[in-house]
Design a protein around this ligand. Sequence first.
Ligand code: PMP
Length: 388
Amino acid sequence: MEVPPPLVLKRPLYVPSKTLMGPGPSNCSQRVLEAMSNPILGQLHPECLQIMDEIKEGIKYIFQTLNDATMCISGSGHSGMEAAMSNLIEDGDVVLTGICGIWGHRAADMARRYGADVRYVEASFGRSLSLEEIKFAFHTHKPRVFFMAQGDSSTGILQGHIREIGELCRQYDCFLVVDVVASLGGTEFFMDEWKVDVAYTGSQKALGAPAGITPISFSKRALTHIRQRKTKPKVYYFDILLVGQYWGCYGMPRIYHHTISSTLLYGLREALANFCAMGLKSVVHRHKECSTRLQLGIEELGLEMFVAHESERLSTVNAIKVPFGVDWRKVAEYAMRKYNLEISGGLGPTVEHVFRIGLMGENATVEKVDMVLSILHEAIQSIKQRAP
Ligand code: PMP
């Protein structure tokens, strides 16, 4: 054999324990980690299907929806975005994306690949979109699909007005896709009441499950549209009619669609059970309280939040301006080296400009807020002293 077995794989696996307070993933609870060491099940074993049914109930609760087409895509948050776009879009459809950071651009990139005629409505730097801006864009573009991220993790912006946008979409016969990957659990979200047609969230953020399995839900109206498409969705793996049949959403016999990771199901099931036991209101309240405490602490340290308006700040991912003359990388390295603490830099429009501090799931506690503030302060002071 020309290729010998690699020496690196003879060494034992080493995984350090880190406190993950960047934009995600967040740390999993012991309950979630332990659940994932259960034996593997086959993807159509009744016990596995039972767990999937329980997960569906949990997702309906956290999304506040009664949609039958509620399931998971096997993949990270991006797969939720792909599933939303590939199922809704047909060639030539006008897709309007709201831009408050990178996620609107990412959705636009995907939409274009599925044959959409993509238009943008872009918020001013550091702001969310006003309802007037959105209404004007609808009037101009008359979109078939409107995409927005409720929480843009690249900027720490919270986009409001979803209820009003839901109404607007009905007036224009448009489908509303809301990315709640970074926001769910950190702010209110009512899928049915707000007339959202597709929502998906990240398992690895406020939910506190591992990445790789994405809760998603489609409204009845979206499902009817998908059933009446002229052509099949372009990606077999994300075809919601097939995935939903595997998840037992449509009252039809289950089919094999793909081999789901039973391990990820266990983790997600336990994360959802934990979330449900605490209750949606209390989870949201805790995330908001932690973010408020962080923001006050940031002010006390003489630092500034990137998003000027308090009401437009995401509680889960907090963007803080990097002080003049400080290299954010050195600060992040200091926190990681000395405390095994992840603080992240910016992304897209905020790259080099902000620190991003995630307060999600296990890490949305008063103790963790105080810890991250103290380490951030120490790191900045240390870097400043070392600066030439
Ligand atoms: N949307 C938003 C708002 C996100 O914050 C992220 C992850 N940072 C994603 C989508 C993509 O998720 P993933 O990295 O799990 O694919």
